[in-house]
Design a protein around this ligand. Structure first.
Ligand code: SAH
Length: 371
């Protein structure tokens, strides 16, 4: 008798075939399960009408159907929804649903906390607790689909919530495979974006994997002196090495890597910074997303004025670069970029509002940045 317990949403179709095979079930059962779970949003085996009662009982004993649950869903003035999810061990992560018709984009987390230590980011203040499993990443999407259903579904996923996806690469890739399954949610590479602070060692190994997702790189500065201060990872992998790694990634025709640039007042928003950015990408076609800093309590940076933001953008546009200003969504409920931080990831806060950061059992691979 098989007594192992499996996470229902943490397995690719092929893995599920294997698991079911060991349970004496036929191959096509995996396809049936995928369709029920991901296409119909049903995880209660007793409702799976094309599966025998005997198999239903076996599955009840063998699978844990949900690995995350929504604790709160807070809607902001602009329609953005911030979710607080509880994980099986009581830890918590956040996510953000951004309506941008016809798209409905979900920002998912890949880790509880983060150990990259970026100076401007709220999640970094929490420290790092643990990686999310593939099932926990996938289930964030499933739970939101159930929450907003049955007529609406998440159309796009960005791995820009809490954590650094490439610091949890294996589980992130597995989650992407599950989300992309033809028998499941069918997310194509065009609708999945992985954002990284620039873990060069992981980037260089990606190669053709961009066929399965789009890549965004958080650059945030055009010279190493500034980037060293903002992002400790830069001291290990400076800009030249980061861009070299980006060049090794094979892209499809007309596809571009997106570079994100958080605009911080008097730090990286000056005209000379924009010119340095132009020079850095001279002759290379890239897309730049300018993200005006979302001000967050306890983080010592400010948002530049609108005039400064527009002037910065104009310098890039004049140099024929693609530069888009990303307006901040959901900032009235602290759901905007860099504002995600659960108060204490070991026990859930009573409300979904981030409380003043507790560092908990902070683990950092890098020194805190000098300010
Ligand atoms: N670790 C990944 C994904 C999470 S951060 C990464 O670094 O890319 C997602 C984006 O939000 C990054 O581009 C980051 O630079 C940006 N960001 C972080 N804090 C921010 C803030 N307070 N205001 C605006 N953007 C922020």
């Amino acid at each position: 008798m098989n007594s192992q317990i499996y996470d229902l949403k943490g397995h690719t179709k092929d893995e599920l075939v294997e698991i079911l095979n060991r349970m004496g079930e036929p191959r096509f059962r995996a396809t049936q399960l995928f369709k029920w779970i991901y296409q119909k949003g049903v995880t209660d085996f007793s409702r799976m009408t094309d599966i025998s009662k005997l198999s239903q009982r076996k599955f009840d004993a063998a699978f844990i159907p949900e690995s995350v649950s929504i604790v709160t869903a807070e809607t902001s003035r602009d329609g953005t929804v911030k979710y607080l999810y509880r994980l099986a061990d009581g830890k918590a992560v956040e996510g953000v649903l951004i309506p941008d018709p016809p798209r409905l984009t979900l920002c998912v987390s890949t880790q509880v906390g983060c150990r990259m230590g970026c100076a401007f980011c709220k999640t970094a203040r929490m420290g790092w607790f643990r990686n999310l499993s593939a099932g926990e990443i996938v289930d964030q999407v499933c739970q939101v689909n159930t929450h907003i259903g049955p007529r609406r579904k998440v159309t796009n996923i960005v791995f820009m919530g809490m954590g650094e996806p490439l610091d949890n690469l294996e589980n992130t890739l597995k989650a992407i495979e599950i989300l992309g399954s033809a028998e499941g949610l069918q997310f194509s590479h065009r609708r999945l974006t992985v954002s990284t602070c620039g873990l060069v060692n992981k980037l260089t190994g990606l190669g053709n994997i961009t066929k399965r997702f789009r890549l965004a790189v958080s650059l945030n500065a055009a010279d190493d002196e500034i980037r060293d201060r903002l992002m400790p990872i830069n001291r290990k992998y400076p800009i030249a090495r980061l861009l070299e790694a980006c060049r090794t990634i094979s892209l499809r025709n007309r596809e571009r890597i997106t570079f994100e640039y958080v605009l911080l007042k008097d730090v990286n928003d000056r005209q000379k910074d924009a010119k340095a950015l132009v020079k850095l990408f001279h002759g290379v076609k890239v897309k730049i997303n300018l993200i005006p800093f979302n001000e967050t309590e306890g983080i010592p940076f400010a948002r530049p004025s609108d005039a400064t933001i527009l002037k910065f953008q104009k310098i890039l546009l004049d140099a024929h670069m693609t530069a888009i200003i990303r307006d901040s969504r959901g900032d009235d409920i602290s759901a905007a970029c860099g504002q995600l931080a659960t108060a204490d990831a070991t026990t859930l806060p009573p409300s979904s509002h981030p409380l003043p950061g507790s560092r908990g059992q902070c683990e950092s691979v890098l020194d805190p940045p000098p300010l």
